[in-house]
Design a binder for this molecule. Structure first.
Ligand SMILES: C[S@@+](CC[C@H](N)C(=O)[O-])C[C@H]1O[C@@H](n2cnc3c(N)ncnc32)[C@H](O)[C@@H]1O
Length: 421
C-alpha cells in the first residue's frame, strides 16, 4: 500500500480509537476486518502506532499543538511505529520539518504529567502506593508492552519438554520465575499455528493469572466454582490442577464470553468443566450449590488498571466513579460467592487492578463482615504450591500484590480466606 494511503488509514483508526467509547483492541480488530487489503506488516504498524498514541497521549497531544492539519494525522506522525520510509514518503516537506523539530526536544525536561501520561486521579493513586523511583519504573513498564506468557497444560505435557520443543523450533523462551507451569516467549511467534497450541499443550496466560489459579489449591476430586469465568483462562488452569476429576463449575453472566471457553476446553482435553450462564450473582444455581463447594475463585469484574501494558486505553476510559461502582459490585459478588463454600473450604478473591479501592478495601470489608471466614496468607499458600520467593509477591498482609515493574506480570491482586469448620 502506498505510504499516503497507509497514513490516511492510520489517521482514521486513531480517530476511531480516540473517541474512547469502546475497548481499543475491539476497535482495532473491527478496523482490520473492514480494511481487508492491509497486509500483516501494515496491520502491525497501524496497531502499534495506535497503542503508542494511547500510551503517551498527553505528550503527543502537547507536541501536536505546534503542527498543522488534522490532529489525528499529527498524532500518527509523532507516534509512528511502522517503517520509517512511510513517513519519509507520506509526509509533506512542512510536516517532515515539523516532526524533525519535535524530535529535538529533550522529553526529560518536560513536566511530569507529559512524562508519565496518566490522568491525575490515577497518578495520585499510584504515587500514594509507590516511592518515586518505583512510580517511574512502573510508568516505564507501561511503554514496554507485555511479554507472551504460556501455561503448560500439565494434563498433556511437562514444562521442561514444552520449553525444549520451543527452543528446538528456534523460539527464544525461558521458564517463568514464579509459576511452576509458566514459559515466557520472546518475540512474536505464530503460536496459533503451532501444534503445541492447537493440540492444547499450552495456553496463553500471564504468569500472574497462573499464580491466582494456584492460590485456590484446587485438587483431585474437589467441587470447585470459578465464579467469574469469562473465557475461562483460569478455569482451564483449575481443571488441570484437579487432574480432570471432580466437578468444576464455570459461571459468568456473559454467555458470549463463556462461548469463547468452548474451543479452549476442547483443546485442553478437560471433561470436568460445567460452564453455565447465570443471570446475576444471586442466581438460583448459586443458592442450590450453597455450602457444597471446596474452592471458589472470584476473578471479579474490575477496572483492569493492572493491565495498562496491554490495554493503555483503560487509563483514559476508567474514572474514580467507575472504580467506586465496581467496588460495590465486587463486594456483592464476593458476598454471594462466599455462600457456596462448605466448612474448611477456600475462597479466593482476585482482580487485575492496582487500585486499593478494588483490592485491600474490598477484602477488609469482607473480613469485617464475615467472622466465619479466616484470612489466609497468599505467601504461605504459594510457597506450598512450589512458588519461589513468594513473600516478594505479597503485600504486608500477605496478600498477592503483583506489579509489572517488579514482577514482569500484569498488576494482579488476590486475597484468600478459609471458611471455619
Ligand atoms: C476479570 S473477568 C474474568 C476473566 C476470566 N476469569 C479469565 O481468567 O479469563 C470478570 C468476569 O466477570 C463477569 N461478571 C460480571 N458480573 C458478574 C456477576 N455478577 N456474576 C458473575 N460473573 C460476572 C464478566 O462477564 C467477566 O467475564
Amino acid at each position: 500500500m502506498h505510504p499516503n494511503a497507509l497514513l490516511d488509514l492510520a489517521t482514521q483508526l486513531v480517530r476511531e480509537v480516540q473517541k474512547l467509547d469502546a475497548p481499543a483492541d475491539g476497535l482495532v480488530s473491527l478496523f482490520f476486518r473492514k480494511n481487508k487489503l492491509l497486509g500483516p506488516r501494515e496491520r502491525h504498524a497501524l496497531a502499534e502506532t495506535t497503542y503508542a498514541v494511547l500510551r503517551q497521549r498527553l505528550l503527543w497531544q502537547h507536541l501536536a499543538q505546534s503542527g498543522h492539519g488534522p490532529m489525528e494525522r499529527r498524532l500518527v506522525a509523532l507516534a509512528w511505529q511502522g517503517q520509517p520510509h512511510v513517513l519519509a514518503v507520506g509526509l509533506s516537506t512542512d510536516e517532515s520539518a515539523w516532526l524533525e523539530r519535535t524530535r529535538q526536544i529533550d522529553f526529560n525536561t518536560l513536566p511530569d504529567k507529559l512524562r508519565h501520561n496518566l490522568p491525575d486521579w490515577l497518578s495520585n493513586a499510584l504515587r500514594a502506593q509507590l516511592p518515586d523511583e518505583e512510580f517511574w519504573a512502573l510508568v516505564k513498564s507501561y511503554s514496554e508492552g507485555a511479554p507472551l506468557d504460556l501455561r503448560v497444560n500439565t494434563l498433556k505435557d511437562k514444562r521442561e519438554a514444552v520449553l525444549q520443543a520451543l527452543l528446538d523450533a528456534g523460539q527464544q523462551a525461558e521458564a517463568t520465575p514464579y509459576s511452576p507451569q509458566g514459559i515466557r516467549v520472546h518475540g512474536k511467534p505464530a503460536l496459533q499455528k503451532m501444534p503445541l497450541y492447537t493440540n492444547g499443550h499450552v495456553e496463553v496466560q500471564d504468569e500472574g493469572s497462573q499464580l491466582l489459579a494456584l492460590l485456590t489449591g484446587a485438587k483431585r476430586g474437589d467441587m470447585v466454582v470459578d465464579f467469574c469465568a469469562g473465557a475461562g483462562g483460569k478455569t482451564l488452569a483449575l481443571g488441570a490442577m484437579m487432574r480432570n476429576t471432580g466437578r468444576l463449575y464455570a459461571f459468568d453472566v456473559s454467555g458470549h464470553r463463556l462461548d469463547n471457553l468452548k474451543p479452549r476446553l476442547a483443546r485442553s482435553g478437560l471433561s470436568n468443566v460445567y460452564p453455565a450462564q447465570i443471570a446475576h450473582e444471586r442466581d438460583e444455581r448459586i443458592k442450590r450449590l450453597s455450602g457444597k463447594i471446596d474452592r471458589v475463585l472470584v476473578d471479579a469484574p474490575c477496572s483492569g488498571l493492572g493491565t495498562l501494558r496491554r490495554n493503555p486505553d483503560l487509563k483514559w476510559r476508567q474514572s474514580p466513579k467507575a472504580v467506586a461502582e465496581l467496588q460495590a459490585k465486587q463486594l456483592a459478588i464476593l458476598n454471594s460467592a462466599a455462600r457456596l463454600l462448605k466448612p474448611g473450604g477456600r475462597l479466593v478473591y482476585a482482580t487485575c487492578s492496582v487500585m486499593p479501592a478494588e483490592n485491600e478495601t474490598v477484602a477488609e470489608q469482607f473480613t469485617q463482615e464475615h467472622q466465619d471466614f479466616v484470612p489466609v496468607s497468599s505467601a504461605d499458600l504459594l510457597t506450598q504450591a512450589g512458588v519461589a520467593n513468594a513473600e516478594g509477591l505479597c503485600n504486608a498482609q500477605g496478600q498477592l500484590r503483583l506489579w509489572p515493574h517488579r514482577h514482569a506480570t500484569d498488576g494482579f491482586y488476590a486475597a484468600v480466606w478459609e471458611k471455619k469448620d
